[in-house]
Design a protein around this ligand. Structure first.
Ligand code: BG6
Length: 515
């Protein structure tokens, strides 16, 4: 039986960028689903801010038609079919037309009214260059007090200096405990399950170290391309877009020490120590231990798709509105050495627990598989007693499948049934979340938005974590530029450039391709 969900206290959730892609695709569906399950308290309001000139009725119509169209995709055909839930949700929506660069914010402060006991959340689903301006504008307009929370979307900077500048600007208005920096990977059920798997079972912890673990692989493989985000992506690339945040956060959860408690400071202190222990990659190490790739045209699931360059050109030729959106989403200037849509790299966590254990990280767009997983590869048995067998006994492997088909699989060795001697064969122990727990897994944003309302920062990134992650990532970017390390082409629908496989094969290991 699922645990009953507590209703939140009434809140005003102000979404800057309220007509944008993130609001429509993620935030409003997530808020609707939480409301449908009675989690939004009392007269909670969602106040969208944009320059669009919509009034409340227009905005409700817009959201209604968008959610009708997309609901089957995010939560099944019936997700948006309940008239009572739908009407209650739409009634919570308001729209304020505001150019955040203007001095006059009275339209917004008028709608919000005086501070009362309500929780007030400012959700900045807008370009990061606007974060500072929005925070100072909100302070000037008198809509911030010490109970107000601000939520920041990525990308938080394109290097260490720009991340610090954003953190300084936001920090001049909000105290650190009021700031919620989203990394939506931390909201994924399977990612949180990693904490429970590690610290809710006594089985793994004694083995979770360099003496028992051969290596770790973290793969986030996407079959989608960059589509109409190409303009943003071109100033960013896979290292900034995925590795510096999502993949490093996953690495932290695998590698961190047990925190004293699962709370905001405990978990984040331990993650920070992992980031600070990452062996710096710079100079010759970068050339040896990182691979960049960029997709060319190819076939994905039987459909011909264009290469990155064509998508970029099409995105740039898009409507002015698209151009404006994607260029403000970016924070970085385009790189002359080309943008990587694939990265593979070999990292090391230089501490007592992990010394000498490689962490292979890999992510890319337009790859053959749509699959994200963490593979913990244990060491092989020290000696095989099954003499006379040609096959080696495969080493145990724990695979955490983040998406799709969420679950955990422990690859073991068993005896092949039947007479004729003892033949060891691989056999998995399988925990499929869908089969075991049934039910839909909530989207990351549902969990994270409720955490903001309940004031729980555990799954959000602290300033020092962001800056430590940039401190490690920045020399890689710099060396790529200094050494003119251009992305290697790979066909869309393939497994990435051959050099990505060679990176791990040269250590006598291989990427794990089947769950
Ligand atoms: C985003 C990146 O943060 O994460 C995208 O900007 C990427 O490029 C996305 O596609 C992947 O998220 P998910 O939840 O689909 O794995």
């Amino acid at each position: 039986m699922p645990h009953p969900l507590p209703a939140m206290d009434p809140a005003d959730i102000v979404v800057f960028g309220g007509t944008g892609d993130l609001a429509m695709r993620k935030l409003l569906p997530a808020l609707y689903l939480r409301d449908r399950d009675d989690q939004l308290g009392g007269d909670t309001r969602i106040v969208a801010v944009s320059r669009s000139g919509l009034d409340d009725a227009d905005y409700r119509d817009k959201v209604d038609s968008e959610l009708r169209r997309t609901a089957p995709r995010w939560a099944g055909a019936d997700a948006y079919a309940d008239d009572i839930a739908r009407t209650r949700f739409l009634d919570r929506l308001h729209h304020v037309t505001l150019d955040v660069a203007d001095d006059d914010w009275s339209a917004l402060s008028g709608v919000l009214g005086p501070h009362d006991h309500r929780i007030r959340v400012l959700y900045l689903a807008s370009a990061p260059q606007l974060f500072g301006r929005i925070c100072s504008g909100a302070a000037r307009a008198g809509i911030v007090d010490d109970r107000t929370r601000v939520v920041l979307e990525k990308p938080l900077g394109h290097d260490l200096a720009s991340a610090r500048a954003i953190n300084d600007e936001v920090g001049s208005v909000f105290a650190e405990e009021q700031i919620y920096r989203i990394d939506h990977y931390l909201g994924k059920e399977t990612v949180q399950n990693l904490l429970v798997l590690r610290f809710g079972n006594s089985l793994f912890e004694p083995l979770w170290n360099a003496s028992q673990i051969d290596h770790v692989q973290i793969t986030v493989s996407e079959s989608i391309g960059v589509g109409n985000r190409a303009d943003y992506y071109d100033g960013s690339g896979a290292l900034r877009d995925m590795v510096q945040n999502h993949l490093l956060q996953l690495l932290c959860l695998v590698a961190m020490e047990p925190p004293a408690a699962i709370d905001g400071e405990g978990v984040r202190n331990e993650k920070l120590k992992v980031l600070q222990s990452l062996k710096p990659l710079a100079g010759a190490d970068v050339v040896r231990d990182t691979v960049r790739g960029q997709y060319t045209e190819g076939l994905v699931d039987g459909t011909a798709v264009p290469g990155y360059g064509t998508e970029l050109a099409e995105s740039r030729a898009g409507t002015p509105r698209e151009r404006e959106r994607s260029s403000t989403e970016s924070g970085a200037s385009g790189t002359s050495i080309g943008t990587e849509t694939f990265v593979a790299l070999r990292a090391e966590v230089a501490n007592w627990r992990w010394a000498g254990v490689p962490f292979y990280l890999r992510t890319g767009k337009r790859l053959a598989r749509h699959a994200s997983e963490i593979v913990v590869q244990f060491k092989p048995v020290p000696h095989s007693i099954f003499s006379g067998r040609d096959e080696e006994i495969p080493a145990n492997r724990l695979v955490l499948r983040l998406q799709p088909d969420e679950g955990v699989r422990l690859h073991m060795t068993a005896k092949e049934p039947g007479p004729g001697g003892i033949r060891p064969i691989p056999a998995p122990l399988d925990l499929s979340f869908a089969r075991t727990f049934g039910d839909r897994l909530p989207d990351a944003y549902e969990r994270l938005l409720m955490d903001v309302l309940r004031g729980n920062p555990t799954l959000f990134m602290r300033r020092d974590e962001i800056e430590a992650a940039w401190t490690w990532a920045e020399p890689i970017l710099r060396t790529w530029a200094d050494t003119d390390q251009r992305p290697r082409p790979y066909a869309a629908g393939s497994g990435g450039p051959a050099a990505g496989a060679a990176l791990i094969e040269r250590d006598g290991r291989a990427w794990h391709e089947d769950y």
